[in-house]
Each structure stands twice: as C-alpha cells, then as structure tokens.
Write a protein that binds this ligand. Sequence first.
Ligand SMILES: [Zn+2]
Length: 386
Amino acid sequence: MNRSRMETTLDWRDVHFKGTTVVDFHAHPSLKVSLFKRALTRRYRASRSFSPFAVRTDLSRLIEGGVDVLLSVIYPPERAMLEDCPPLQWLGHLMPRTYRKVFGQSPFDVANQLLDEMEGAVDRCQGRAKVVTGPEELRAVLDMPDERPIAVVHCLEGAHSLNGNAENIGHFARRGVAYLTLAHFYDNGVAPPCYPYPEDVRTAGCFARQRDLTKSLSPLGEEVVERMVELGMMVDVTHCTPPARRRVYEVVGSRAPIIASHVGSYGLNPDPYNLKDWELRHIADSGGLVGVIFMNYWLVPHATRQGINAVTQTLDYFVNTAGLEHTGVGTDFDGFTDPPDDLKDASKLPRLTQRLLAEGYSADAVARIWGGNALRVLREGWRHRS
Ligand SMILES: [Zn+2]
C-alpha cells in the first residue's frame, strides 16, 4: 500500500501534464478582460481572498496549471444587480465607460461585444491560445504536436443575452457558443434562478432580493431549450431553481447531454443551488457532465478557507452517484468568486491531480475527471457547425 502510494506521488506531474487533457468547464476570464481591460498575456495579482480585480485565468497561470481547454463563459452583468446591490451604482462614477458599455445597451449587444473582446484578447496571445468554434476545430488543436495553443471555447451565462427571443440562440450557435447556462442571478424570463450566494455569505445590503424557488421554466424557456437541442448547443442547468431544472430534464429527455457546469451536491450541502442524487443520475443517463465548482461555501455547509478537501469530497460524491464518466471540473475562476486558498487560481490545478492520486484514483480516472469526460460531452453535445 505504502509502496504504491509512493509510486503514485512520484508521477503526478506526468499524469497531469502528459497523460491528461485538462479542461476547465466554466471560467470567466472575459469579465476581467472586458470590465477591467486586463490582458491575458500579463500576470496580475491573484489574491487569496475575494477581490474583483484578481485575475486567476491569465495565460501564464493557465499554462502553469496545464490547462488545455478553457470554456470561457461570457456574462453580461444583469441590470437588476444595480438595485439589488446599490454600491455597484458607484461604477457609473468610477468607471463611466465600462458602465455605459455594460448597462447602456441590450444584453444581446453586450454579449456580442464581450465575445468580440475575448476573441481580441486571445488573438493577442500570439498563438499560445486559440478560440475554437466547433468540435472539429477543437480536435484539430488537440491533435497538434507539442506547444499547441490552449483551446478557448465560448459559452454564455444567463439567457438574458437572448433579449427575450429564442431565435437569438441561432446567432450564438453560429458564433461557436458551446453551451448556455439558462439562469443566472435574476429571473430573465427564460429560467428562474436560485440565490446567487448561500444565505450566510450574502454581503450586507447586496443580493437580498427575494427569489421564488418554486418557479419553473417559462414557455419561452421551453422554446429556448428546444432550439438549443435542435442546434446542438448544450443546456446548462446551473443556477436554475429545482423545478426549472426538473423541467429541463423533461424537455430534453435523452435527446442531448445535459450539463451542470459549476455545482456542488445536495447530499453534502443541502442548498437548492446544488443537485440532488436523482439529478446527478439523470444527467449521467443523458450522457452529460457535472462539474465541481471551486467555491467551498457551495460544496460544504461549514466552509473553511482551505477547499481542496471539499472539492475532492464532492468529486467522490459525483463519481459515486453520477459515475466516473460524468464527473468533471468547472472552477468558476474569475467569476467574482472566492475560490479556496489552496486552489486559488489556474496555476494550482496540478494540486488536485496530486491529491486525487494520493487518494487512490488511478491515472486513467484522473484523466477522465479532468478532461476525458468533458471532451466526450463536447463531441456529442456541441454539434453546431458554422
Ligand atoms: Zn455561475
């Protein structure tokens, strides 16, 4: 036992950097690029504690962390946030141009601008990262010999970007968006959300607005989900209320892999944001993926600042309930989150590999969790060809 443990600890670098395609299924570099004009090519501070200005997925950290594929999620900040979090109104004075960009045009236009700006930021990485707009392009990048670029896949969070029109799904599918997280912080007329933060961490005076957790997917939401299945854009149920999630499972059926890109398990932390066992099994039956989020307060009821334990516990739970083939990682880095101190940015990801191997996961299992499953889901669920 001791001997095999030693052997596994010795080769974690090989497993992580050579034997594994590392996919982060949910991260938000675009917020830092577009709101704070951060360049992906520069290395900024990635503080341990919460800081809106920290950058956790810049190019150098992604390379250090061995990330091969980054699902880069575009999120146009929602207008309702200004009333729900009044201090944000100061942005109008402090950053007038950003404020106008984000709140002075429709969410559809903002989403497109953020996609453009992310593409520009990736272009400036001079071949070390590349936006891929379909599964074939992704395959082509992954098949490149050594020194290949990090593949960046567009995704979208919050159906407010559709401006209330299901046909706009087609536009985003043509731009290469792989999935849409239907809900986010506010009811967008498509899918009603859970609370943005657990009750005990809602900051004073912010995000206190009542959410109706009994609300389900709207008729427009059903139409959106239908269009997504038709076009081959994946449906992400993260942030949806439990009844809305249930309705998504019913509408999609077994026609497409369903994903929950950045969640925890209700079994370990009974919060409506997290998925119950039957949901984990349902997602597995659809051929989909559940990604563990790197935010302790979603993962366990009494979060400490060290979170790798909570992450591995949740991965164990997903593996035991959804199955090894349906478990993945969606860090939510750079989404104005407070990641665990021991997994605070992309450069720290190899620690998780080291830890999983020490806990007895095989190299093959680690490779599936990090990327094998995510790549399969992208192959099967992201069918749109532009
Ligand atoms: Zn989210």
